[in-house]
Design a protein. Sequence first.
Length: 159
Amino acid sequence: MKQLLQLLEHDATLTHTQLAALTGKSEEEVAQAIAQYEKDRVILGYKTIVDWDQTDREAVTALIEVNVTPQRGEGFDRVAQRIYQYDEVESVYLMSGSFDLTVIISGRTLKEVALFVGEKLAPLEDVTGTATHFILRKYKEKHLIFPVQETQEERFVLE
């Protein structure tokens, strides 16, 4: 039921009744399929995407390019596992190109992110280099578009 997975990925709040109507399956078939997907770890979890800029929470997100020395018989897996154990780490991806891993982290301040990179990530035995990029604005994430906020400059031009 590839269609079921696509629907859930797009909107995990859809009810079994809605999913059944959209897929042409019964509610029982939908419930059984979802339970099996969860058991088989095809569905890993359910997340809400929050536009934190619309709240009073201060947060900094960074994308870190990481170069590592792959280990014989384990490749990049061992170092990736060590990195994703940290609470600050949201995502880790193996990449092709000029660096090996992309690590996405969040912190309260630029200093907190810098300390994570300098004290926890860069000193790891197999890490040979890092480059940190701070995310300044999110426009789209997981197919969801973030509203573009009016800037001060735009307000002056329009008034």
